[in-house]
Ligand binder design. Structure first.
Ligand code: AMP
Length: 314
């Protein structure tokens, strides 16, 4: 099974209480692809500038990620500057230089047209919609967005939401999108906008799935929400890309399974947590480039352990 992802391939300059890095490889599509590559074949659509070298490309290809859809353009790649302070629960954006992204027109190579899973990473909803319309036969569409698009591009975003099987956003974004503080009520409102399933990420506290009665075919009744944990970590070096890595682990696992069932979706949320927990251990993509299958399996077991309850009786 192949996942086609469209999103930013970027250079990030990041400052956290653990140090600072300049121009390290980042971008939503990058973090997503690396995380998903441990589960399934990934193809990337994006744009980069002259500063994207063969070494940067090798970070993708070493993980078997198909980079044919990464377009080279004159000028510089997208550059994001951000910092984290205190408990690092939120990134402060200090700069967003769109550069080659400004005039980006996603083109889907013919060889990508048979991709069965589509991930619309956080980019302009107009571009998300354009890619979606060029992939009419996909089996599943999952998408992300952020406060900027929710606040100022809501009409365009609404069109994308109507087409989504799964929307993956963080809790602040869910509340903002619904205009509602209570998360359960907000989730109901968001599901009414189109996505069949909503997954709300709570950073270091895990993620919650909310289901509509359209989440799984053959069911007329919605399932109760499901909460997956995050791993309590003694040291978080850089939270950048944790959400995209969650999405990569989640969607990569889903795409590797023959069927979408409630159990598969719940397991996928645990794999999302596993990949997110690796991502934050080092700056940029460093950790996600070199995780072993054994480490993933071991950490998955840890997730089962920390959330397992042996009922002690009434
Ligand atoms: P996350 O921490 O998972 O929310 O994602 C962080 C990544 O998103 C960074 O690697 C950035 O390069 C990328 N990013 C930040 N702002 C934007 C934006 N406006 N559009 C697309 N990608 C972005």
């Amino acid at each position: 099974m192949s996942i086609l992802v469209v999103g930013s391939v970027a250079f990030d300059s990041i400052e956290t209480p653990h140090g600072a890095v300049k121009n390290c490889l980042g971008g939503a599509a990058t973090h997503f692809s690396l995380a998903a590559s441990y589960f399934t074949q990934v193809r990337v659509i994006g744009v980069v500038g002259k500063d994207f070298t063969a070494e940067h490309e090798a970070i993708f290809t070493r993980r078997g990620i198909d980079t044919k859809g990464i377009e080279r353009s004159e000028g510089l790649s997208f550059h994001w500057t951000g910092s984290y302070s205190g408990n690092m629960d939120e990134a402060k954006t200090l700069g967003t230089d769109l550069n080659v992204f400004e005039t980006f027109e996603p083109k889907i190579p013919d060889a990508y047209k048979d991709s069965e899973y589509l991930f619309l990473a956080n980019i302009d909803p107009v571009l998300q919609a354009r890619v979606r319309s060029q992939m009419p036969k996909v089996r599943m569409v999952c998408g992300d967005t952020m406060n900027y698009w929710i606040a100022d591009h809501s009409a365009n975003l609404a069109k994308v939401l109507r087409e989504l099987d799964v929307l993956l956003i963080n809790d602040g974004e869910a509340r903002m999108l619904a205009g509602e503080r209570n998360l359960v009520v907000a989730a109901e409102k968001v599901l009414a906008m189109g996505p069949k399933t909503l997954i709300v990420k709570h950073g270091e506290y895990g993620a919650t799935a909310f289901f509509s009665d359209r989440s799984f075919t053959g069911r007329e009744k919605a399932l109760r929400p499901f909460r997956a944990p995050a791993l309590p970590l003694a040291e978080v070096v850089d939270p950048t890309g944790a959400g995209d890595s969650f999405a990569g682990g989640f969607y990569g696992y889903l795409a590797s399974q023959p069927e979408l069932t409630p159990a598969v979706l719940r397991t996928a949320m645990f794999y999302g947590g596993v990949m997110g927990s690796f991502a934050v251990e080092r700056f940029g993509t460093e950790r996600l480039q070199n995780v072993s299958r054994e480490e993933i399996d071991e950490r998955f077991k840890l997730f089962l352990e920390i959330s397992h309850l042996e009922h002690a009786g009434v």
